[in-house]
Write a protein that binds this ligand. Sequence first.
Ligand code: ASP
Ligand code: MG
Length: 441
Amino acid sequence: MIVSKFGGTSVGTFDAMVHSASIVADNPDRKLIVISATSGTTNDLVALESPSLTSTEREQLIHDIENRHLTIISNLENRKVLISTLQRQLSELRAHLEQFGRDKRWKDKLYAFGELMSTRIFTEVLRQHGVNAEWLDARKIIKTDSTFGNATPDLAMIKKKADQLITGDAVFLTQGFIGSDIFGSTTTLGRGGSDFSAALFAEAVGADQLEIWTDVAGVYTTDPRLVSKAKPIPEITFDEAAELSVFGGKVLHPATLKPAMRSGIKVRVADSKRPEIPGTFVVTKTEKEPVVRAISLRKDQTLLTVKSLDMLHQHGFLAKLFSVLAENKISVDLVTTSEVSVSLTLDTAVKASNKVELTEKVYRQLNEFCDVEVEKNLSLIALIGNRLNVTSGISGQLFNLLKEYNIRLVCHGASAYNLCFLVDEDKGDEIVQLIHKKFIE
Ligand code: ASP
Ligand code: MG
């Protein structure tokens, strides 16, 4: 059994839906299909939550959502039913907006409209392609806790519900991103969470393969917009891919891999417009194990350096430092230390969703026992591969290549799959190009 997930751009227009539906129709093993909202819709829904929106702006956003879906529907045979379903959903959306910000459940319910709309339409497109498709409400299966906006799945419950509901011959079509808590309230798994949903479904049904259909032909050796010679990687291990996604790879959501990895489910990432290209397989063990398989670049890094002479021959300093960070829910990426100072980078992936803030309070708490310095405008470059921690000469070659540049911080040795360092943001692109040329091209 294959679980196939189609992202927003793969269901964003009628043509995209047709491509995706032919992929489903092409292989009877594709029995559980998970899709995102049509591209742009979740962003529109998020924009609708802004309290400063004028009523004209609000109407415009709703109009955009309506139009995007109506345009797709206008190409379909079973138009009438679909239009009335969409109209019902839009009036529910308006009614929901009337209850603006009512409680902590409000936003998740708002965000869920995107996937609920796209799945209704795609079910019909599948049927037109001869697929015996059945619409399934993901909230009946993806049971989560009540952390709205970023819910944690209840794996045992998901398994149980999947066993009960995913049976028979039909091809099930369901929503990514959404779930529900024990009270039945809609929850969401965080932006971009559809990949994670799909992996949870794949784990629950014991799938042989999870497919992530997107708009690029797999995971690239580096961002192809930066390096024209970047190529899709045919095979990569979970360990490497985890480093890649954590450190800024854009194709995979970091959490996606966890359920697939622990259950040993092969993941395929491929382009829904060019399904004949195999894309990238993420597997437990690959045939080739190059020292450098990929290079990732992550911009907008914050480097925090704390110094304290009290640290000299003392114990407990790191514990104290990290407990302040933990207490303030600040997630850390990299750490290097000397006898009297510690440098660390903050996890900007989390910051993007407004969770990490170096507030006055954090400064105050840290200043009680150390000096704090903050640097910005840095980029993190990571080499992803194998045996990076035990391969002789790798850092020599790398830093010799970069001898003209200022390397701000290096992390090497903690992971066999990752060697990374910080550079000035305006030098990031050219450094990635240099490294790609030397180690990959
Ligand atoms: N539609 C959701 C989002 O845009 C989930 C996803 O696409 O993965 O964040
Ligand atoms: Mg997405």
